[in-house]
Write a protein that binds this ligand. Structure first.
Ligand code: SAM
Ligand code: SF4
Length: 338
């Protein structure tokens, strides 16, 4: 890939609520090799390939964000590792580590991790989030509609062997995996992985009513506290998670509970969607079109649009899970990047 076109250094990113934006999440594809029930419908219509930012455009735009103070980038999707040549993008962004960028990371479903773990480490990636809602083969297959958990477990082992720290993401699903949450934490302690539990969020239509599967993490914590000695960590990461340490270990339990605990006041992140829209909040529809800006006016226009976007960042999301209610936003998590 060609290198970035130099441009004058624009001002840092601070939104109208005074929050500094230091974290960019990029959905590199809305496609995926799984169909998790809370995330996607079984029959999904994906974006036409010509609607996508190409990898060179993603790199150039990401580098503008780094020039303006973004210190952490997460590649996500859809499944980031199903995009052809994505490792070229990872390698390119890796060159910004230590040059403004402190961390480059991915969220992945792990199915292709065994293949890519070594190259991820070589590019400078040191931590990964791997989503795994169940370790039971049948239940995993049911939740993902056709996934093979052995592939994911193999990917996790390969990543750990390559030197990558792992955080397991697990969406808490009533009647599906709730009985597996405590065993999952015990397994993570044994394996040396962190665990983050996530409440299901109302993003995009799926084939089921999310209200039927919504499991408040407040309930989950009541149960976990009877089984583990959990010590609350009073630290703000600018992210949605709150953390507990499992006493006597280095393992951290994170909770992402947008429904039962709002975290927006310290939000430090924005999201670049697969088709080049900059979303200032996962829970709102407002966005600016950086793909059009880039194709019409180059990086100067991208900078101008990013500055405008700062005024769009809302104070908070407005998620609710109610039976029969429409999703808070129509787009799926896979488009904006979870
Ligand atoms: N495919 C990759 C994966 O599954 O890790 C990356 C993209 S996925 C959209 C990112 C994270 O969002 C995953 O941990 C997934 O479980 C979570 N997720 C997807 N849809 C969600 C929803 N409606 N509510 C809460 N979490 C969701
Ligand atoms: Fe794919 Fe991740 Fe969504 Fe599951 S959660 S369908 S793995 S994008």
């Amino acid at each position: 890939m060609a290198s970035a076109v130099p441009a004058p250094l624009p001002e840092k990113l601070v939104d109208r609520h005074g929050r500094a934006i230091t974290y960019l999440r990029i959905s590199v594809t809305d496609r995926c090799d799984l169909r998790c029930r809370y995330c996607m419908a079984e029959q999904m219509t994906f974006m036409p390939r010509q609607a996508l930012l190409d990898l060179q455009e993603i790199a150039l735009i990401a580098e503008r964000f780094i020039a303006r103070g973004v210190r952490k980038i997460r590649l996500t999707g859809g499944e980031p590792l199903v995009r052809r040549d994505v490792m070229e993008l990872v390698a390119r962004l890796g060159h910004s580590l230590g040059q403004g960028l402190d961390e480059l990371t991915l969220t992945t479903n792990g199915t292709r991790l065994a293949e890519h773990a070594g190259a991820l480490f070589d590019a400078g990636v040191r931590r990964l989030n791997v989503s795994m809602d169940s370790r039971d083969p049948e239940r995993f297959r049911h939740i993902t509609r056709h996934g093979d958990v052995a592939q994911v477990l193999g990917g996790i082992d390969a990543a750990a062997a390559a030197g990558l720290a792992i955080k397991i993401n697990m969406v808490a699903l009533k009647g599906l995996n709730e009985q597996e949450i405590a065993p999952m934490l015990a397994w993570c302690v044994e394996q040396g992985h962190d665990l983050t539990l996530i409440e299901t969020m109302p993003l995009g239509l799926v084939d089921e009513d999310r209200a039927d599967r919504f499991l408040p993490l407040t309930e989950v914590m009541d149960d976990l506290r009877t089984r583990f000695d959990l010590q609350f960590e009073d630290r703000s990461t600018g992210g949605p998670a709150r953390y507990w340490r499992v006493a006597g270990t280095n393992i951290r339990l994170g909770l992402i509970s947008p429904l039962t605990g709002n975290f927006c006041a310290s939000c430090n992140r924005v999201r670049l969607s697969t088709d080049g829209k900059l979303h200032m909040c996962l829970g709102h529809d407002d966005s600016v079109d950086l793909k059009a800006a880039f194709r019409n006016g180059g990086l100067a226009e991208v900078d101008a649009r990013i500055s405008q976007a700062l005024d769009l960042k809302p104070a908070a999301h407005d998620f609710r899970i109610e039976r029969g209610a429409a999703p808070a936003v129509a787009r799926h998590m896979s488009v904006t990047g979870g």
